[in-house]
Design a binder for this molecule. Structure first.
Ligand code: AMP
Length: 539
């Protein structure tokens, strides 16, 4: 017997209409490139999105067409987040930090028909403009000159009506797409459906997931070109939450300034951002008011336990560690202490919060070893993380080569190596390709990095396996010291020795000014391995 419920599609239309109706006075704040503050509201947003949707239709955008954006986190980008999918077209966010070659490949592969670009990013666009062929280029102007052949955004939408006749959208229709910032091979496109984004927003907003409501003030520091800023702008529209967009200014002082002036309660970004913020707070105690912040979500790379502890103990700030991927929309797991663990000794509580946590509702995980067996949840057995759920990709956009990531029995193979403990807390040990194999034993680079970043003189550390004549590979630590701090290789070694088995401790420590990063701000280990490939170990 079937249930007797209405067939009501899970699409952005509902989120958009709801925020316009119930939260028109809630603010949307953007820091412009010249650092001035722009204020608008969901009421204004509700009208401007419909004007943009009408303008896109007038330009000939059809359902299914891809409309690309090249922009920082701003309210205008949020307008595109809604206007494009509401016409039935597909929002394709481009990462301006990618090389012109990658951007060319991605825009051509996605067959982008229209491009919206921040005027401050026009120089990025010009580096690959001659290789790609969108029909229209629209510029979000901030007072700079208007490049020839482009359309000014404000002039485009000014004559349009602020009401739009929404086409009927199926919940499985594509809403957006994003290419993964892989370190090998060609970038791969992930296509998100309306249904996936709506369900992902509901799961993210739940109090035991990321937790967001109408009385929050949310500042996404994670870029809107990186997995839709982890879906947070969509979640915030669903919940009627005030949003604060930092624009191109991601330095600690600018972010801390916005946290204080806008009374931010919820913010999210990659560990590098929070390391910078921690440094700024440590150096200027009391200079920034962060008392309104309830959660700082850290994901995209492992949040070192030392960082979580430092924020909490020195600044009363709560780090919420989460894990996800472009292919998972991205929220997969969040580390919050279960009630039963809240009375555990402090060291155990921090250890638990530094894991990647429990899968959120409707996401299922398992870890599978080399022989294809699902490993027990004992906190020790390692396996590749497999994941499934309603917002997990089932294939890449027009890319049959990578089809083997998707197993026949409906799981996505993440390439992350994990353990899961008896309570269900998942811990990432490494990316499969970053695990170090020394004398037949596996060594986790992530655990060494997290430990090294707990040393008071170490600002950043990345550990890679380097070919070794006797042991196949040995770990080498690449270390960036804090300004004005000193540490010798033997001091770092002594620091690690009590924490690791002898064979796991790196043999060499290479000091550098900065660790090379991917376009998403993660350590670029391929570059480090290349740099160190002729490294000679002392005998
Ligand atoms: P991306 O698709 O660029 O967001 O990259 C996803 C990958 O980032 C995952 O497969 C993990 O290897 C890594 N990652 C994301 N979140 C975390 C986390 N909290 N801890 C460790 N690694 C993470």
């Amino acid at each position: 017997m079937n249930g007797l419920m209405m067939d009501f599609p899970l699409t952005l239309v509902h989120l958009f209409e709801r925020v316009g109706r119930y939260f028109p006075r809630t603010e949307l704040v953007t820091r412009r490139p010249d650092k001035s503050i722009h204020r608008s509201s969901y009421g204004e947003f509700h009208q401007r999105v419909q004007k943009l949707a009408n303008a896109l239709q007038r330009l000939g955008v059809k359902p299914g067409d891809r409309v690309a954006t090249l922009g920082w986190n701003t309210v205008r980008h949020l307008e595109a987040y809604f206007a494009v999918p509401l016409t039935g077209a597909v929002l394709h966010t481009l990462n301006p930090r990618l090389s012109p070659q990658d951007l060319t490949y991605i825009v051509n592969h996605a067959d982008d028909q229209v491009l919206l670009v921040d005027d401050v990013l026009v120089p990025v666009w010009e580096r690959f403009a001659h290789e790609v062929h969108p029909r229209h280029v629209i510029v979000w102007g901030h007072g700079g000159p208007q490049p020839a052949g482009t359309i000014d955004y404000e002039q485009l939408i000014a004559p349009e009506l602020p009401s739009f006749a929404f086409p009927r959208i199926d919940e499985n229709q594509a809403l957006g797409m994003c290419y993964t910032s892989g370190t090998t091979g060609r970038p791969k496109g992930v296509v998100y459906s309306h249904r996936a984004v709506v369900l992902h927003s509901m799961a993210s907003a739940m109090p035991d997931s990321l937790g967001m409501g109408a009385s929050d003030v949310m500042m996404p520091v994670v870029p809107m070109f990186h997995v839709n800023a982890w879906g947070l702008p969509f979640t915030a529209v669903m919940t009627g939450t005030k949003q604060v967009f930092p624009g191109p200014h991601l330095d600690p002082a600018s972010l801390l300034g916005l946290i204080a002036s806008e009374k931010v309660t919820f913010t999210a970004g990659v560990p590098t951002i929070w390391m910078g913020i921690l440094d700024a707070l440590d150096k200027n105690p009391g200079a920034f008011d962060t008392s309104t912040v309830k959660a700082m979500v850290v994901g995209g790379a492992a949040a070192p336990q030392s960082m979580i502890e430092a924020f909490e103990k020195r600044h009363k700030l709560t780090v919420l560690h989460a894990w996800g991927m472009t292919e998972t929309t991205p929220l997969g797991t969040v580390s919050r202490l279960k009630p039963a663990l809240q009375a555990a000794p402090e060291a155990d509580r921090f250890r638990c919060r530094a894991t990647q946590g429990l899968a959120v509702p409707f996401v299922e995980i398992r870890a599978v070893n080399d022989s294809g067996a699902v490993v027990p949840w004992d906190g020790k057995s390692m396996g590749e993380l497999h994941i499934r759920g309603p917002w997990i990709a089932s294939s890449y956009f027009q890319n049959p080569i990578e089809a083997d990531k998707f197993t026949m029995d409906g799981w996505f193979r993440t390439g992350d190596i994990v353990t899961v403990d008896g309570e269900g807390y998942m811990r990432i040990t490494d990316r499969a390709k970053d695990l170090i194999k020394s004398g037949g034993e596996w060594i986790s680079s992530v655990e060494l990095e997290n430990a090294l970043m707990g040393h008071p003189s170490v600002k950043e550390a990345a550990v890679v396996g380097v070919p070794h004549p006797r042991w196949t590979e040995r770990p080498v630590a690449c270390v960036v010291l804090r300004e004005g701090s000193k540490a010798t290789p033997s001091e770092l070694r002594e620091y690690l020795e009590p924490l690791f088995a002898k064979f796991q401790v790196p043999d060499a420590y290479v000091f550098m000014a900065a660790i090379p990063r991917t376009a998403a701000g993660k350590f670029l280990k391929t570059a480090l391995r290349e740099q160190l490939k002729d490294f000679k170990f002392e005998t």
